[in-house]
Design a protein around this ligand. Structure first.
Ligand SMILES: Nc1ncnc2c1ncn2[C@@H]1O[C@H](COP(=O)(O)OP(=O)(O)OP(=O)(O)O)[C@@H](O)[C@H]1O
Ligand SMILES: [Mg+2]
Length: 259
């Protein structure tokens, strides 16, 4: 039985040492609430992608445990687990030699959906990300703009109807206007489909605007998890307040323009 009040994902003191002794993650604990979006922020190389990889068992943890929907993922079949969890990669991660239709169809096919059902799912998902199948399904990724490729990346990750979506800097390669549009569209998708998500980001303004909660990672550990308001009013240390300084400064500068 799934307890609706329990976190969807509970990462407990997880560690990862790569072969060669590289201690990428020391002790990360974080929780994702049901239907929530948790932003995972921190400097380059602090271990964010490694945390995502451990959640869907692309990498196995060296210590600690990860509980997904009440089950320790170490006890689950990694392939079956990955089909329940959507993954939006750093960059768009599309297969360049497959069409948009084939890229989005990958997970439904792996889940054993029939050809008809897969076709329907692909059209539905492309519709949800504002890329009508009639116009876009037969194109190759190289025939799309960066924003369109990222939309296909979302459609592909959501085509298996995952309960949890892991996203590695999904908006970082986009120009500011496309980024803003996609961020808003993503908010609407989340409302419609009701999945929970972890989003790695370098951009604190993005984290503050989009996330229900933010976890800040520093040197392989989480130094603070809280709501945007918690972090703004009570940053746990100088590193967290430093990260918040840029969006604060930008906000002040815009206010001073009297806009
Ligand atoms: N397969 C691997 N083998 C050995 N070391 C690795 C491997 N993958 C990552 N690392 C190391 O682990 C540390 C954390 O890497 P990770 O990719 O998780 O960082 P990140 O926070 O996602 O960085 P970025 O923001 O630049 O994407 C880095 O020092 C990296 O060099
Ligand atoms: Mg990374």
């Amino acid at each position: 039985m799934i307890d609706p009040a329990a976190p969807v994902l509970d990462v407990r003191a997880v560690a990862k040492t790569y072969p060669g002794g590289i201690e990428a993650v020391r002790a990360v604990s974080l929780q994702v609430r049901r239907g929530g979006l948790l932003a995972l922020a921190g400097e380059s190389g602090c271990g964010k992608t490694t945390v995502l990889k451990m959640i869907n068992r692309l990498e196995d943890a060296s210590g600690g445990s990860i509980v997904y929907e009440g089950e320790d993922i170490a006890t689950l079949d990694p392939v079956a687990l990955r089909r329940r969890i959507g993954w939006v990669m750093q960059g768009d991660g599309l297969f360049p030699h497959l069409t948009v239709r084939e890229n989005v169809a990958i997970i439904p096919r792996l889940l054993g959906c029939s050809r008809d059902e897969t076709g329907q799912r692909v059209s539905e998902m492309l519709g949800l990300v504002a890329l009508p199948a009639d116009d876009y399904a037969d194109r190759y990724p190289a025939e799309l703009s960066g924003g369109q490729r990222q939309r296909v990346g979302f459609a592909r990750a959501l085509a298996g109807r995952p309960d949890l979506l892991l996203m590695d800097e999904p908006f970082s390669a986009l120009d500011p206007i496309t980024r803003d549009t996609l961020q808003q569209e993503f908010g609407a998708l989340r409302k419609d489909l009701g999945f929970s998500a972890v989003m790695v980001t370098h951009d604190m303004a993005e984290a503050l605007i989009m996330a229900d909660e933010i976890a800040v990672m520093q040197a392989g550990e989480i130094v603070q998890q809280g709501t945007p308001a918690d972090l703004l009013s009570r940053p746990a240390n100088a590193y967290v307040s430093g990260l918040l300084e840029t969006p604060r400064r930008q906000m002040r500068a815009i206010r001073e323009l009297g806009a």
